[in-house]
Design a protein around this ligand. Structure first.
Ligand SMILES: O=P(O)(O)OC[C@H]1O[C@H](O)[C@H](O)[C@@H](O)[C@@H]1O
Length: 771
C-alpha cells in the first residue's frame, strides 16, 4: 500500500467518509445553522463559499491534517524559494516569479530572476505601446491592426482565455486572432479577411519546436511573403517570437530584437503571465496587464502566508481530494456565470489535467489512489439547457465550481439579476433537491413522481467576486494554479512535467512519413496499419494519383496549355517542353493531330488542360474567342484514354504561381486571362470582356491592344487595369503572367511577374490539390 494511504489522516478520512456519506446536505444544514458563515473564506477580492459541500468540521480537520502530514507547507515554501521541485526535468517551477514586484528577490541557482522578468516586461511594454499607438508599421507603411497569436497548448489557451476574459478592457481597433490547430482551416479562417500588410504574427512557443506551431508559423510567413513580393525584410515588421529557444527563433528568421524570452522554470500551462501574454498586453494595454500581474501576485501571497484553514487554494484543493479519493467522483464541472469567461473551462483543462494527470509518484511508484479528475464545463446559463440534467438527476457525483460576479461589465435591464439568480438557484437545487414527499405534495401522481424527484446532496462551490477585471482574473488563475499544486502535493505527484504527450507526438511523425511515402511497408499493429491504409487510399482518390505527381514520382501528368498563338505541353518530371502553333482555326481534333506525334513515347497517367475560355462545373462552356470551334462537349478523356481535368488557362497558370493568401492573376497573352485564388480556392473570372474605356479590358491590354496602341500606351493601360482590379478585388498580391508580360519593364507595388512555366506547375498541381 502506498505511503499516502497509510497516513493517519488518510485513514481517518476513509473512516469518516463512511459515516458522513449517510448524511444528506439537508441534514448537515439543519444540524448546523452557522455553517454558511463558517464555510466561507475571502481573499484578494474572491469569496469562496463552500457551505454546500458534504463536509463538517471533522472533515475539514482531517483534510487539513492530511495536508500537514503530506508536508504541503514545506513544499509550497520550496516552490516559492525556487527549489527544483520539478524533479523529472530538474527545474524550478517559478511562475510566481513572473508576477513578483521588482523589489522581490527570488533566486534560481543563486541568481535573482526578478530583474530579468522585469526587463522583459519593459521591452514588451514598449512594443505593445508602439502597436497600440499605431507607430509600428507593416511593410507597406500601414499601421498594424491585426494581431495573430500562433501557438498551442499553454502558448495558446492562456492567451485566448485572457483575451476573451478581458475583451471588455481591450482596444477595439485591434483585431485579435489565435491560431493553434495544425488543421490549416484554423489558419485560413483566422486570416481570411485580414490584410497582410496590417498583420502581426506572434509566434508563441516555449520550445520553438512544436510541430503544429512551426507548421503554422511557416504558413504565416508564406502568406506574408506572397503579399510582400518575397521581400524577406518584411518578416522583421510582421513577426515576433515568444520563446525560451533563442537559436531556433533565429533560425526561423526572427531576430532576437523581436524576441521576448522566458525561462525553463515557467511551465507552458503556467505561462500566460510571462512573455506568452504579449497578445494580452497588446490587447488590454501594459497598465491593465500590470493589474493582472498584481492580481496573480496577491493570490500568491495569500497562498504563501495564509493559514491552511483560511487559505482559498488549499481549501479548494482539499475539497477536490475529498471527492476524488473518498467519494469516487471522476469529474469536476467548471461553470462560470460570466460570458467573458467562456474559454476558462478550456484553459483549466490544460492547467488541471496536464498537471495532475499522473499515475506514478515522485519516486516513480504506481499510485493506488485516483489522481487528477476530469475538468470540463461551459458558461452558465447555457449549460443548464444541456448537460445540467445529468448533474441533477444522473447517477454520478459531479462537484461543481460556479463562478459569478456581483456586477456585469455590460449591465442592461434584468439580465444580470437573472444570471445571478440562476447560479444561486442551481447551487441550491443541487444541494437540497426535492424529495418524493415534496413532489407528491405538489399533486404529482404516483407514476410520475419518481421522475420528478431531485435527490440533491450534490456538492458545489460558489466563487464570487465584485467584477471581472484584469486583477480578479489574475487572482482567479493563481487560485486554480495553487489548488492544483495542493492536490499534487497530497498525491505526491509531479504537476510540472507532461511526459504523457510525448508518445503520440513521436508516433505522429512516423505515421506522417508513411502517409507521404505510400509505398513504405507498414509495421504497426493491424488496426493502425488499416487506418493508415484507409487514409492512403482516400488521399490517392482525392489527388487522383498516388503518389502525388512530383519530379521523382513514377506517376506522371501531361499538362497542356492552350493559348491563342501556341499550344504547349509538358510532362511532370521532364523539363522538355513541346510547342505547337495555335490560331483562329484550331479545333480539338487539329490540336490532337499535331500533339500526338510530338509527344510520342511520353508515358502519363493523367492529363491537365488549360483552356482559354470559360468553363462551367469543370466543363467547357463556350468555344474560345480566339480559336476555332468544336470545343464544347469534346471528350478529351476518351481521346487520351486517361482521366483529364480541364481548367481555365489563366486559372492553371494562377494555380502554378500561387503562394497563399488572396491572389489576383492576370494573363497578358492573346487575350486577357483572369483568375482569383483565395486561400487555395480558385475562382476563374472572365473579367477580360468587361467594359473599359471605349471597348473592353481585353481590347486594350490583350495582343490587339499591344499592336494597336504600341508598347508605351499599352503599358500605361496595363498599369491602369491592374490598379482598377486591385481596387475592386483587394488582392494581397497580383501576378502578371502570359507571354506579353515580357514587354513590361517595371511593375507597380504588390505586383509580381509570373513565369509561364507556372502553367505546367499548375497543371501538375491540379492532380495534387482538390482545387
Ligand atoms: O510552447 P510550446 O513549446 O510550443 O509548447 C506547447 C505545448 O505543447 C506541449 O506538447 C505540451 O504538452 C504543453 O504543455 C505545451 O504548452
Amino acid at each position: 500500500m502506498s505511503a499516502l494511504r497509510e497516513k493517519v489522516a488518510w485513514r481517518a478520512l476513509e473512516k469518516h467518509q463512511q459515516e458522513l456519506a449517510t448524511h444528506h446536505l439537508r441534514d448537515l444544514f439543519a444540524a448546523d445553522p452557522g455553517r454558511a458563515e463558517r464555510y466561507r473564506a475571502d481573499a484578494v477580492g474572491w469569496q469562496l463559499d463552500y457551505a454546500r459541500h458534504r463536509i463538517n468540521d471533522q472533515t475539514l480537520d482531517h483534510l487539513f491534517a492530511l495536508a500537514r502530514e503530506c508536508g504541503l507547507e514545506a513544499r509550497r515554501d520550496a516552490m516559492f524559494a525556487g527549489e527544483k521541485i520539478n524533479t523529472t526535468e530538474q527545474r524550478a517551477a517559478l511562475h510566481i516569479a513572473l508576477r513578483a514586484p521588482a523589489r522581490k528577490v527570488i533566486k534560481v541557482d543563486g541568481t535573482n530572476v526578478v530583474p530579468e522578468v522585469h526587463a522583459v516586461l519593459k521591452r514588451m511594454t514598449a512594443f505593445a505601446n508602439d502597436i497600440r499607438a499605431g507607430r509600428w508599421l507593416g511593410f507597406s507603411g500601414r499601421p498594424i491592426r491585426n494581431i495573430v497569436n500562433v501557438g498551442i497548448g499553454g502558448s495558446d489557451l492562456g492567451p485566448v482565455m485572457a483575451f476573451e476574459a478581458l475583451r471588455h478592457f481591450s482596444d477595439r481597433k485591434l483585431q485579435m486572432r489565435f491560431v493553434s490547430n495544425v488543421d490549416y482551416t484554423d489558419f485560413a479562417e483566422a486570416v481570411h479577411d485580414l490584410r497582410p500588410d496590417e498583420t502581426l504574427f506572434i509566434i508563441a512557443s516555449k520550445t520553438f519546436t512544436t510541430l503544429e506551431t512551426m507548421t503554422n508559423a511557416h504558413s504565416a510567413r508564406d502568406w506574408l511573403m506572397a503579399a510582400a513580393g518575397g521581400d524577406k525584410k518584411a518578416v522583421a515588421k510582421h513577426f515576433v517570437a515568444l520563446s525560451t529557444n533563442e537559436k531556433a527563433v533565429e533560425e526561423f528568421g526572427i531576430s532576437t530584437d523581436h524576441m521576448y524570452g522566458f525561462w525553463d522554470w515557467v511551465g507552458g500551462r503556467y505561462s500566460m503571465d510571462s512573455a506568452i501574454g504579449l497578445s494580452t498586453m497588446i490587447a488590454i494595454g501594459p497598465k491593465a496587464f500590470d493589474e493582472m500581474l498584481a492580481g496573480f501576485h496577491a493570490m500568491d501571497e495569500h497562498f504563501r502566508t495564509a493559514p491552511l484553514e483560511r487559505n482559498l487554494p488549499v481549501i479548494m484543493g482539499l475539497l477536490g481530494i475529498w471527492y476524488t479519493d473518498f467519494f469516487g467522483a471522476e469529474t469536476v464541472a467548471v461553470l462560470p456565470y460570466e460570458q467573458y469567461l467562456k474559454r476558462f473551462p478550456a484553459y483549466l483543462q490544460q492547467l488541471t489535467m496536464e498537471s495532475n494527470g499522473k499515475h506514478v509518484t515522485l519516486e516513480g511508484d504506481t499510485v493506488d489512489y485516483p489522481t487528477g479528475p476530469i475538468y470540463w464545463g461551459e458558461p452558465g446559463t447555457n449549460g443548464q439547457h444541456s448537460f445540467y440534467q445529468l448533474i441533477h438527476q444522473g447517477t454520478r457525483l459531479i462537484p461543481c465550481d460556479f463562478v459569478g460576479f456581483a456586477r456585469s461589465l455590460n449591465p442592461s435591464g434584468r439580465h444580470h439579476d437573472l444570471l445571478i439568480a440562476n447560479v444561486i438557484a442551481q447551487a441550491e437545487a443541487l444541494a437540497f433537491g426535492k424529495t418524493l414527499q415534496q413532489v407528491k405534495d405538489e399533486g404529482i401522481d404516483d407514476a410520475l413522481a419518481p421522475h420528478r424527484v431531485f435527490e440533491g446532496n450534490r456538492p458545489s462551490t460558489l466563487l464570487l467576486a465584485e467584477r471581472l477585471t484584469p486583477s480578479t482574473l489574475g487572482s482567479l488563475v493563481a487560485l486554480y494554479e495553487h489548488s492544483v499544486f495542493t492536490q499534487a502535493t497530497i498525491w505526491n505527484i509531479n504537476p510540472f512535467d507532461q511526459w504523457g504527450v510525448e508518445l503520440g507526438k513521436q508516433l505522429a511523425l512516423r505515421v506522417v512519413e508513411e502517409i507521404e511515402s505510400p509505398r513504405k511497408p507498414l509495421h504497426h499493429d493491424s488496426a493502425t496499419n488499416a487506418a493508415i491504409t484507409w487514409y492512403r487510399k482516400a488521399r490517392r482518390k482525392a489527388t487522383g494519383s498516388a503518389p502525388a505527381p512530383t519530379a521523382t514520382s513514377p506517376h506522371r501528368v501531361l499538362a497542356i496549355d492552350i493559348g491563342g498563338s501556341h499550344v504547349k505541353a509538358m510532362l511532370s518530371g521532364n523539363p522538355r517542353e513541346v510547342v505547337m502553333k495555335s490560331g483562329r482555326t484550331l479545333t480539338p481534333e487539329t490540336m490532337l493531330k499535331q500533339l500526338r506525334p510530338a509527344i510520342r513515347g511520353w508515358k502519363y497517367d493523367a492529363v491537365s488542360i488549360g483552356y482559354p475560355g470559360p468553363l462551367l462545373h469543370d466543363h467547357i462552356a463556350q468555344d474560345p474567342r480566339n480559336l476555332g470551334k468544336g470545343w464544347i462537349g469534346f471528350d478529351f478523356a476518351k481521346a487520351f484514354g486517361r482521366p483529364v481535368k480541364v481548367i481555365n488557362d489563366a486559372a492553371m497558370q494562377a494555380l502554378g504561381s500561387y503562394e497563399g493568401g488572396r491572389m489576383l492573376f492576370l494573363g497578358l497573352g492573346t487575350g486577357l486571362g483572369t483568375a482569383f485564388i483565395v486561400d487555395g480556392i480558385i475562382e476563374p473570372m472572365e473579367l477580360a470582356h468587361l467594359p473599359y474605356k471605349k471597348s473592353t479590358f481585353e481590347d486594350y491590354v490583350g495582343e490587339r491592344g499591344l499592336k494597336r496602341l504600341g508598347k508605351k500606351k499599352w503599358h500605361a493601360h496595363v498599369i491602369d487595369v491592374v490598379e482598377q482590379l486591385k481596387a475592386a478585388l483587394e488582392p494581397d498580391y497580383v501576378v502578371l503572367g502570359g507571354g506579353n508580360v515580357r514587354h513590361l519593364a517595371e511593375l507597380p507595388e504588390g505586383v509580381r511577374r509570373g513565369d509561364n512555366h507556372n502553367a505546367f506547375a499548375g497543371g501538375f498541381r491540379l492532380w495534387e490539390n482538390k482545387a
